[in-house]
Write a protein that binds this ligand. Structure first.
Ligand code: PLP
Ligand code: SF4
Length: 352
């Protein structure tokens, strides 16, 4: 496939409908183990759209790993399908109510690409997981609970819904008195940036305060198309954040992560979280150590603008919630002073 051959498409629907979802099709573009890919896709669906495929072909292994099924997904017997107990904390289907003031509301079971490391592998890409009826019961639940101040509209990818469906969901949520903040979680700026159309931006801008957190894992995902998508959203007044997943072989090194965080700022996206990968069955080959994650955070603090330093989060198994982890900068605490280490590694006294 030639570079940018997806430019022949004039509409994101056409890009999406030309996605690869069988091992045989994938083998026409990349050297893959056909029978292995076929076996994995019996358990976990694959979708690689022509835009992301062009990145995989042009940029290499760190991009491919995110999208190409790997036998280790079905050989992995560690972890659980739902370590964060999203289902147990789900009062109605596809809505998780863990924190008092905000809920996670899954309004789509589709994504523009199925990430192999997905923490919702158990659900994404499975048709009929989300229906009009689950969406309506979610909205009813939110309306009936007056402690909820913020709705995190998620999936799957909510922006794979049609414009009028997105409009209707946001309109319904905005009509609920106690809802102050709307937030969308979407990966399309990195996996199908063509989805961010002027029309979509004009719909979204009606529902402020509305925030979007997107998801980039490697600087090579920040293309001209991705930059244009983020500009379109930012110009509609939408503050953009990024939730990156720390992934072995993709971004688990200082240089790649620093470059990614700095480059995100240049496309007006402010890094929000780096997530340590959850203990989800089928994803153990992406896992790295917390020690490595803390080292990466240390390489950011003081070496990169504070604007591009996110929080490093672990999500506790069992539904205990997210916790930020910090490198240890306090070396000792005594009467009258603490000893702290700065970004150069110098240990200095701070008087109390
Ligand atoms: C992550 C998460 C949220 C949002 O958490 P923030 O720290 O506000 O980004 C809300 N509900 C659930 C169930 C979550 O997992
Ligand atoms: S876009 Fe998000 S929800 Fe969809 S497969 Fe990737 S990580 Fe999972």
């Amino acid at each position: 496939m030639k570079e940018n051959s997806y430019n022949k498409y004039s509409d994101w629907h056409d890009i999406l409908s030309d996605s690869i979802n069988t091992a045989e099709d994938l083998a026409k573009h990349l050297p893959v183990d056909i029978s292995g890919v076929r076996r994995v896709t019996e358990s976990y669906p694959m979708r690689i759209n022509p835009y992301y495929l062009s990145l995989m072909i042009n940029k290499g292994d760190h991009i491919r790993k995110q999208a190409v099924p790997d036998m280790r997904e079905i050989e992995d017997i560690s972890g659980s399908d739902d370590p964060l107990c999203e289902e147990r904390q789900s009062p109605v289907p596809n809505l998780t109510h863990r924190y008092p003031d905000r809920v996670l509301f899954m309004v789509s079971d589709q994504c523009a690409m199925y990430c192999r490391f997905c923490m919702r592998k158990r659900k994404v890409g499975r048709p009929f997981t989300v229906t009009n009826s689950t969406i309506n019961s979610g909205i009813d639940y939110i309306r009936a609970n007056n402690t909820i101040r913020e709705v995190v509209v998620s999936g799957g990818d909510p922006l794979l819904l049609e414009d009028d469906a997105i409009d209707r969901i946001l309109k319904d949520l905005r009509s609920i008195n106690q809802i102050e903040i709307l937030r969308l979680h979407t990966r399309v700026p990195s996996t199908l940036p063509q989805r961010i159309t002027k029309n979509l931006a004009d719909i979204l801008r009606q529902y402020h305060p509305l925030f979007i957190n997107t998801h980039f894992n490697h600087p090579d995902e920040i293309t001209n198309e991705a930059a244009l998508a983020c500009t379109t959203l930012a110009d509609a007044g939408i503050p953009l954040g990024c939730q990156t997943v720390l992934l072995k072989g993709v971004n688990d090194n200082h240089f790649v992560m620093q470059t990614l965080m700095k480059k995100l700022l240049t496309i007006r996206v402010r890094p929000y979280y780096i997530h340590h990968p959850d203990i989800v069955r089928g994803t153990s080959h992406f896992r790295t150590t917390v020690k490595n994650g803390l080292g990466i955070m240390r390489s950011l603090h003081g070496h990169a603008s504070g604007l591009c330093v996110p929080q490093y989060m672990i999500d506790l198994p069992g539904g205990g919630g997210k916790i930020p982890l910090l490198p240890e900068y306090i070396k000792s605490v005594s009467d009258g002073k603490i000893m702290v280490e700065n970004y150069k590694g110098e240990v200095l006294a701070y008087p109390e």
